[in-house]
Design a protein around this ligand. Structure first.
Ligand code: UN1
Length: 516
């Protein structure tokens, strides 16, 4: 890691740890890299090669959260007054730094998270896109003016930062998702404390290092690594934290939301999905197959937007399913650092256990594993958390395999008789993040856009592939009404102030003196 000294007061010295020979990473608090007050650390391990230790990170506790929040509160005093276009310049430079380091950061990410290099390059690219998009917001952050009901009175609404923002981020998009939160919060004038997932802290360090090297002042972003109970929960409850932005499971998100509500805190939750792709009988089947494969097995199925249900019209179901199974079987699974590999490992052992558990559940419910269904343990696979690309057939809408999020390379195929039934099946779940329809009938496509209950609908493209300048999030148990990306993010990270300027030089009473 490097620094250019701009606004950066700490010195990061990599330390060799004798027992694991791993680089030691410290928390970033008030511009200084510091060890946790707990004196404890944890290891970040490559999921493709368990003997490869990516780094040793701080297992922090509530006192470290206190320090980080105090630093962020101090930095807020000046950052909120830094003109937004200047904040935007720092984000613009951050985008350039990330672009220069894209390959290294992608390799670091594949090593800590497992997904293949093409995808980790995409993850870093998403942070680059976000940096440039949010940099531009520094010259917009539009408010609005509106007429006053009184004479000689001016009315306008302006966006204000909310203060110190706490962020809890997942391991599946370990740079893109922190970038959605951090860069949106920063352009709005907030300061931040971020707790990255314990499986993938390095990518957040890399993102924050890029911000620091681009000139971000000390204390504006602070990183505290550690567990949900020791760092996440204290962050949510901390009186000095004005807002919480969380991405993760619906189960944990629910706890985060309830805790934040108890502290009267705005809280943005982005949670689970059970995303459906509808394939109608008039679809371009080869295109739908490409989409199904990418949507289901990209990121080893570990996206909240992953295609996990394919609802196929019965007229084409047999042909589609046979071809899907053949293509899933042919996928090359392995270490994502090998450019020829198409699907990497799952992030940890517990995730492959979950995939295996759902395959069992599916079989017990009467569905059929058409290919896959097992962890890969032989030969080169023995040293990592690999699971076969799995297609489950004969799935009925009410089965648990069709209702619950697996977050692994396991896709269910369901048949439908017509468009209406496809929509009914697609909507018959507790989640509502992403959806897709493959059809060449424009009427059907627009009806799907209207009727699918989800935050995102794709026509003739799979359920993954959201771009940073459009709102990202979902309905039902996927979210609590907020959006990331685009101007949706600004809505969460700013609060409206209504401003009335009376230039009449006399007392005017709203709602009363209106008839002069
Ligand atoms: C996620 O699914 O967890 O839309 C985030 C996509 C990516 C982001 C996914 N741009 O697939």
């Amino acid at each position: 890691m490097t620094t250019d000294g701009s606004g950066y007061s700490g010195v990061f010295v990599p330390e060799e740890i004798s027992h694991v020979s791993a680089q030691l990473f410290k928390n970033l608090i008030g511009g200084r890299w510091v060890t946790a007050r707990t004196g404890k650390t944890f290891l970040n391990v490559n999921p493709a090669r368990k003997d490869d230790i990516v780094g040793e990170f701080q297992a922090s506790g509530p006192e470290d959260v206190n320090d980080a929040v105090a630093a962020a509160a101090e930095a807020f005093k000046t950052w909120r007054l830094t003109p937004a276009p200047q904040r935007g310049e720092i984000l613009n430079r951050t985008g350039q730094v990330l672009r220069d380091r894209k390959e290294q950061y992608a390799r670091d990410m594949t090593r800590e998270m497992g997904k293949v290099l093409a995808e980790t390059r995409g993850d870093v690219q998403e942070a680059i896109d976000c940096a440039f998009y949010m940099a531009g917001e520094g010259r917009r952050l539009f408010g609005h003016t509106t007429p006053s009901e009184l004479r000689n009175k001016f009315a306008m609404c302006v966006r204000m930062p909310v203060g110190v923002c706490g962020m809890i981020t997942p391991w599946n998009f370990p740079m893109a998702i922190p970038s959605w939160k951090l860069l949106a919060a920063l352009i709005c004038g907030n300061t931040c404390v971020i707790k990255p997932a314990q499986d993938t802290p390095l990518s957040t360090f890399n993102l924050v290092q890029a911000l620091v090297d681009a000139g971000l002042p000390a204390g504006v972003v602070n990183i505290v690594t550690g567990s949900g109970s020791q760092v996440g929960a204290p962050l949510v409850e901390h009186a000095g934290v004005a807002a919480i932005s969380f991405t993760g499971s619906s189960e944990v998100g629910r706890q985060v939301g309830m805790s934040a509500a108890g502290h009267y805190k705005p809280c943005s939750l982005e949670m689970g999905g059970k995303n459906a792709m509808i394939v109608m009988e008039d679809a371009n089947l080869d295109l739908a197959l490409d989409g199904a494969l990418w949507g289901s097995f990209g990121t080893t199925g570990q996206r909240c937007t992953a295609t996990s249900r394919i609802i196929v019209h019965r007229a084409v179901a047999k042909e589609f399913t046979e071809k899907l199974v053949a293509r899933a079987k042919a996928l090359k699974v392995g270490d994502g650092l090998d450019e020829s590999v198409q699907m990497g490992p799952q992030v940890n052992h517990s995730q492959i256990e979950t995939s295996a558990k759902y395959c069992e559940i599916a079989k017990n419910e009467g569905a059929k594993i058409l290919t896959g269904g097992h962890a890969l343990r032989d030969g080169a696979y023995a040293n990592g958390h690999f699971f076969e690309a799995t297609v489950v057939g004969g799935v009925k809408p009410g089965m648990r395999i069709a209702q619950e999020e697996v977050f692994g390379p396991v896709v269910s195929v369901l048949e439908c008789a017509d468009f209406d039934e496809a929509i009914e099946i697609a909507n018959g779940i507790p989640f509502g993040l992403s959806t897709a329809i493959y059809t060449r009938d424009v009427n059907q496509a627009f009806r799907a856009v209207r009727d699918l209950e989800a935050g995102i609908t794709y026509v003739n493209a799979p359920t993954i592939g959201a771009e940073v300048h459009l709102p990202f999030g979902g309905v039902k148990q996927t979210g609590n009404g907020h959006r990331e990306g685009g101007i949706g993010a600004l809505e969460f990270f700013t609060t409206w102030k209504s401003v009335y300027v009376d230039y009449s030089d006399k007392l005017q009473r709203a709602q009363i003196d209106t008839e002069e």
